[in-house]
Design a protein around this ligand. Structure first.
Ligand SMILES: [Zn+2]
Length: 490
């Protein structure tokens, strides 16, 4: 079991490597067709029909003691159908990848395999909500864990069709073409989404900020569903107001039971896990996770990086920072909670600087899990300082206007250089200065001085005992909301 704070957002996966962009003529005339057939118990037979293949099929790779080949350990008996209609064994080449029986790819038109939905027997290095788990009597799956993908299909159309018992249903974020079938465009939307299938599912449909949102929870959270829905609605409505629109039309949110808090955000869905039943004293944990994962639809998935690693600090830090500010603004947390969150971000940065050494925030993202404290803590503080600077210079709302501008110009992914240039333009170069400050040789005193200057005087005893207070509005170090500096105040 992970400790709660460390588990929070531990596996958060909004920012995924971009798939290679390939022309649509790699797809053939018909959609690529995944047929998922439940054959009893935890067993599924899956058949993939395609016209053209690049010859390699991949699932995610998160090895663990009980599953040394990660997700691939739950996929067996994979065979490919060749030009003469014969089924041949494929080659497993390790790390979640299979190749066709021979070097030529022409003539192969189908793949089949057995999927054992027994992922709970492994302990995953990221959250189960990023892989698969038993969902009461049903099964929760992330596409990348159970549906091998040929990356030459990046821009193809897909049909995902289920053959399931009469009392089962499917909850997925994809457009329906029939009771048990869906049409999906783009490999990313197949791979980077979750779906749940089995008996007893009772999803709720609602419209939030113009999005059709489906909320599904395990039985243990049935009474909590209105609480989740309320927080989700208020957060998303604020995000829509801030960014100007919702990034997707359909959205699926799934809550599962676990010992700790964790969440994973996908293309049109997110999955969260938390202890059941929900308890009032844990709201700051699961509420933040919920609002964080929802915010990833805008930050990380729509405003997205060209290179996965180098903007992790920007996306995760920005999401964490704006989540706290939003929860305070909508009245879900109070000023003390916001201080607690800020103290945690400073602590993460201090400990992260000591643990990771003199590495830049961008380079730290190459090994995100190893450098988690620096990536999340340093990234959140970057946004805190940027907001303070922009608000002082250009007035309240100028930092939010930057977010809206980044969102409106997000038709293409951002490189590190493009992102810094956009932020520098809006802040008269403050973004580069703050980024350099956070990467400079670590000097806690200089850091504490800067916190004082923005109205958040901070005391530190070593790197781990932190006290942040408010000194806005003529106050001299208070926990009261009326003393917040202008950039944080409602
Ligand atoms: Zn995240």
């Amino acid at each position: 079991m992970k400790t709660i704070i460390l588990a929070l957002l531990a596996g958060c996966s909004a920012i995924m490597a971009a798939m290679p962009s390939l022309a649509a003529d790699t797809c053939g005339a018909k959609p690529v067709r995944y047929a998922i057939n439940h054959v009893g118990g935890t067993q599924f037979e899956v058949n993939i029909e395609f016209a053209i293949t690049g010859g390699q099929f991949d699932v995610g790779f998160h090895p663990s003691e009980a599953a040394p080949q990660g997700e691939a350990d739950f996929i067996t008996a994979m065979q490919a159908r060749n030009a003469t209609g014969d089924w041949q064994d494929v080659n497993y080449i390790g790390e979640g990848s299979w190749t066709l029986p021979d070097a030529k790819t022409a003539g192969y038109t189908a793949l089949r395999y057995t999927l054992s939905a027994e992922h709970d027997r492994a302990s995953w290095d990221i959250g189960k909500e990023e892989i698969a788990y038993g969902f009461d009597e049903a099964f929760y799956f992330v596409g990348s864990a159970v549906l091998p993908m040929d990356y030459s299909w990046a821009e193809c159309d897909f049909e995902v069709k289920f053959d399931i018992p009469a009392n089962w249903t499917i909850v997925a974020p994809w457009p329906k073409t029939g009771d048990n079938s869906f049409a999906v465009h783009g490999a990313n939307n197949v791979h980077r989404n979750l779906f749940v299938t089995g008996p007893g599912l009772r999803p709720h449909n609602t419209v939030i900020g113009g999005m059709d949102v489906v909320i599904l929870e395990q039985e243990a959270f049935r009474e909590a569903a209105p609480v989740f829905q309320s927080l989700l609605s208020q957060s998303i409505e604020r995000y829509v107001e801030l960014f100007g629109s919702a990034p997707v039309k359909q959205y699926l949110v799934v809550f599962g039971e676990d010992d700790g808090n964790d969440g994973g955000a996908f293309a049109q869905s997110f999955g969260q896990r938390l202890p059941a039943p929900i308890r009032a004293h844990e709201k700051l944990m699961w509420g933040r996770a919920l609002a964080h994962e929802a915010l990833h639809s805008w930050i990380g998935i729509t405003i997205r990086p060209k290179v996965h690693a180098e903007l992790q600090w920007f996306s995760e830090g920005g999401t964490d920072y704006l989540t706290g500010k939003t929860l305070f603004r909508i009245g879900q947390i109070d000023a003390n909670d916001l201080l607690f969150i800020t103290e945690g971000q400073v602590r993460r940065y201090f400990l992260g600087r000591m643990a990771s050494g003199p590495v830049s925030l961008a380079d730290a993202g190459v090994e995100k899990q190893k450098n988690r404290q620096l990536v999340y803590g340093g990234g959140a503080l970057f946004h805190l300082f940027l907001d303070a600077h922009m608000t002082a210079k250009n007035g309240k709302g100028s930092y939010e206007a930057l977010w809206r501008s980044l969102y409106e110009n997000s038709s293409q992914p951002y490189s590190f250089t493009q992102m810094m240039a956009a932020m520098d333009e809006a802040s008269d170069g403050a973004a580069s200065e703050i980024y350099a400050f956070l990467n400079a040789p670590f000097n806690p005193n200089t850091f504490l001085q800067r916190m004082t200057e923005i109205g958040l005087p901070t005391a530190a005893f070593g790197p781990d005992e932190l006290l942040v207070r408010f000194s806005g509005n003529g106050c001299s170090g208070s926990r009261e909301a009326r003393c917040m500096p202008a950039f944080l105040a409602k």
